[in-house]
Design a protein around this ligand. Structure first.
Ligand SMILES: NC(=O)c1ccc[n+]([C@@H]2O[C@H](COP(=O)([O-])OP(=O)(O)OC[C@H]3O[C@@H](n4cnc5c(N)ncnc54)[C@H](OP(=O)(O)O)[C@@H]3O)[C@@H](O)[C@H]2O)c1
Length: 272
């Protein structure tokens, strides 16, 4: 679906690199069809160019002239400046995709009224093609634009298409989600070390346990509750551990954390 299209990134930070790495390592886009720009960090552009064999440019005009798909990968606070810079450069035959948390379609379309714009929320696992990306489409997006945007993110993991009002919840759950899981893995590793396991083995056990548990949910289609009940024998070790988690409010704390993150996404969208 992506064919001969050139993919341009405005912003060359963590998210852009994660996507570039995912696109290049999966062979979805040949490096010569990727072009990247940023604001001022030329060393970073040189490193990306050297590492992934992609094109870089200090000029948004050059990027907009060459790219068929333009990805806005700057912080939400920098989006207005970027929109201002590209409003007279973007063309109706291009698709502009934002990955910025909390930036509404209305703001993107306000600056780029005749352009197909797509709002997305991927996560850093795009770099290993294991993201889950939520997508919502602007009013100018036609069938082919939609297919192109979707193909790009399907190459980097799973995709869910949602209405825009769900994006803050998705940002809180899946955009910020990897950090919650990393926090849990840190604690699991620490617990293993406290019990005498070598640090590297404790980390391997934590990582593979999280991976295996998620894989089982994904591949069997069984819900986590059923799987949890199956591994929890009355009076057994798992039950002893789960009891402590629940006495200390593990699930309610996580529910509250995700609700707080969603609120923060809303605040950011409002510019506070
Ligand atoms: N990181 C995540 O896990 C994650 C997950 C989902 C979505 N996102 C979204 O991804 C976006 C980027 O996040 P990040 O973590 O990649 O940020 P980052 O590492 O701070 O990178 C931001 C990039 O934007 C560039 N930039 C800033 N202003 C610019 C301008 N006016 N013109 C051109 N480039 C400009 C910066 O260039 P200089 O370095 O030269 O200033 C830098 O390359 C954010 O909107 C975030 O909400 C991130």
């Amino acid at each position: 679906m992506l064919g001969e299209r050139v993919i341009g990134f405005i912003g060359a930070g963590n998210m852009a690199e994660a996507m570039i790495r995912g696109l290049v390592t999966t062979g979805t886009v040949v490096p010569a069809r990727i072009i990247v720009t940023n604001r001022e960090n030329r060393e970073r552009l040189a490193r990306l160019s050297w590492q992934y064999n992609i094109f870089t440019t200090p000029s948004k005009a050059e990027l907009l002239a060459r790219a068929n798909v333009v990805i806005l990968a700057v912080k939400p606070k920098d989006i207005p400046e970027v929109l201002e810079a590209i409003r007279d450069l973007a063309r109706p035959d291009q698709v502009v995709i934002s990955v910025a948390a909390g930036v509404p379609l209305a703001r993107l379309e306000g600056a780029l009224p005749k352009i197909s714009v797509v709002r997305t929320m991927p996560n850093l696992a795009t770099s290993v093609a294991a993201s889950v990306t939520a997508m919502t489409y602007g009013s100018q997006v036609r069938g082919e634009d939609r297919a192109v945007a979707r193909a790009l993110f399907e190459a980097l993991g799973r995709v869910v298409e949602v209405s825009e009002e769900l994006m803050d919840a998705i940002t809180a759950l899946a955009g910020s989600g990897p950090a919650y899981v990393y926090r849990m893995m840190e604690a699991m590793t620490e617990a293993g070390a406290n019990l005498g396991l070598p640090g590297d083995i404790a980390l391997l056990l934590a990582a593979e346990t999280v991976f295996g548990a998620a894989k089982l949910v994904r591949e069997t289609g069984e819900d986590p509750r059923t799987l949890r009940q199956r591994v929890t024998s009355p009076g057994g070790t798992t039950m002893a551990g789960l009891q402590v988690l629940e006495e200390r409010g593990f699930s309610t704390t996580l529910v509250e954390a995700i609700a707080r993150a969603a609120l923060r996404a809303k605040e950011l969208a409002g510019g506070t």
